[in-house]
Every structure is written in C-alpha cells, then in structure tokens.
Design a protein around this ligand. Sequence first.
Ligand code: ZN
Length: 272
Amino acid sequence: MKVGHITIDAVSDGSILAPPTFVFNKPTGEDWAPHQQFLDENGQLVFEMGGFLIRDGERTVLVDVGIGPHSDPSRTGSFMKSLNALGVTAAEVTDVALTHLHFDHVGWASDGERPLFPNATYRCHQADWDFFLGPEPYDDSLGVQLMGGQRAIEILPALAERVETWSGDETVLPGIDVRGAPGHTPGSTVLTISSGNDRAVLLGDVVHCPVELLEDDWEMIGDVDRALARRTRMALAREFEGSDIPMAATHFPGLRFGRLLPGTGMRRWVFD
Ligand SMILES: [Zn+2]
C-alpha cells in the first residue's frame, strides 16, 4: 500500500481459525449467510495475527507486533521472519505504535525482560497502559488459553522505560495521527496515515472482521465494553462509508486493505 511517499506493508505473525458463530453475539449461521466472503472454504473466520510496517524514508514504524513467539508454532509466531523478509531487522525499527495492549498485539514487544526492538520508542494510549498495568490488571488469561501467546502483564513491564503515551487525538509521528476509539479497550486507537492528499486508516481491533462495519448491531466477544465498542464502530462506519479511503485492521485475512461502500439497506465491503 502506498500513501503518498509512505509505504505500508503487512507483517504477518500467522493466523488462526475461529468458528464465526462463536466470535460475535450472532449465534446462527443464518446471520452469516450474506457474509460468506469473510469466511474460508470451511466456513471458518480467518484471524490474521501481526501488524503493519510503515516506512517514509526516515522512520521505520511498526503498528502492532503480533501474538508473539509463545504461540502455536504450527499457526503463528512468524512475525520476525516476515519483518526480515521485508528487509528490516528488529534493530532498525525506530517506533512501535500499539493500537491497544491486548496480548495478541504486543506479543513481540518484549521477551519479558527487555524490548525485542532494542532501538525503538514504544507508543500507546495512556488509558491502555493504566488499564493493563494498573492495580487490577485486565485478565486476559482466557484469551491466552484459547489463542496462545503470553499475558500482556508478562510482556509490558519490560517496556516501561521506553514508552511514550498519547492521551488525546494527536500527531504522534510525521504522517501518523492517532484518535481514540474506545470500547474494545479503554485506549483503543485508530491510526490515520497521511502524505499529501493520500490517506489510509489502520483500525486496530475496533473492527476484527469487515462484517462489523456492515452489521451495526453485532458485538464482538473480545470487546471490553461491548456497547461502547459498537457505538464507536458505527460512528466510524458512517464517517468512512463512501470515502474511498483504504482501511485495514490487524485481524483482517492477509492484513489486506479494503474500502467501505454505501449500499441500499446495507453498506458493502470490497477488499482492494
Ligand atoms: Zn486482537
């Protein structure tokens, strides 16, 4: 993906499969009937793991860093290999921007003792830093059991001296703006990448599957505050439908970009 002079590449950490009726508050196959394009040939949801590499010639930025090395090696754990295949070493990464701090987005951030991107500044929302490392840290052990990886509480403390947080809507790096999109987590953030008149949007986990931009009343089981997450998503869908701005989220299959089109009765999603 090119955004003006900025390049965005997908960095895959692998993928897992999930039964679609389990992930959302829509238990029946009937509800999924109009959305078969989002399922694989066996009717499963493909949940990519990984992040995005953003290069502008000056900085080398990662947005989310996968589920990590402590995951099922037959499915996930390929992030560093994918990064190296793009010609980038861990030492060359200047910034790691985290859309939120769930374990499946911070897996490669540290080995528990030291940052795995030794020269990077780590950036995230202050509200998530407080939520995941506060006096009662968010319990993500069930997710770790189901999907593999390591608890965020085991990974994040090692970043403490390298973290710079944002707390509002701001420009965090040249060409990278953040805006709060709470609900999935308190500090859940959407990133807009811009250069000249070009823009692209990284949705983090505000959306896990494009179907959530089409079905206003679906809720995702991983959202910390489901009602708020749904309102945030609906507002974004209304804002971006018909905008022709490419959007991608960390769990979209292949980390692919697509666009949200207005439709009669229902919006439509088209992968680029
Ligand atoms: Zn996630």
